[in-house]
Write a new protein. Structure first.
Length: 103
């Protein structure tokens, strides 16, 4: 039982490392604001078009940042869920069920 648990933990760590290497992007207003994130939902980049840097467009910039960050986080969540489902499917055919004494 503990061997299976250790194997599950190791595979979960491998998925976490894989997600760290996957990058996704969210943008707003046709790319005026772009946010880059890893599959682990860590933002690594924010790109703002020069035309949004004017003082009178500050409120618009704030709104677009929220939209772009939300889209990047949604994309990261989708990638994360997909990777975890793949992990679970590889372990289920006799893997995780035996963790709980089921065969």
């Amino acid at each position: 039982m503990f061997g299976k648990l250790a194997e599950a933990q190791q595979k979960a760590e491998e998925v976490k490392q894989k997600l760290e290497a996957i990058t996704v992007e969210g943008d707003a207003s046709n790319g005026l604001v772009k946010v880059g994130s890893t599959g682990n939902k860590k933002i690594y980049e924010i790109i703002i078009a020069d035309e949004l840097m004017a003082i009178d467009r500050k409120e618009e910039l704030q709104d677009l940042l929220i939209i772009a960050i939300d889209r990047a986080m949604t994309a990261a969540e989708n990638v994360s869920q997909s990777e975890m489902q793949a992990l679970m499917s590889t372990m289920m055919p006799g893997g995780l069920g035996s963790l709980f004494g089921k065969k």
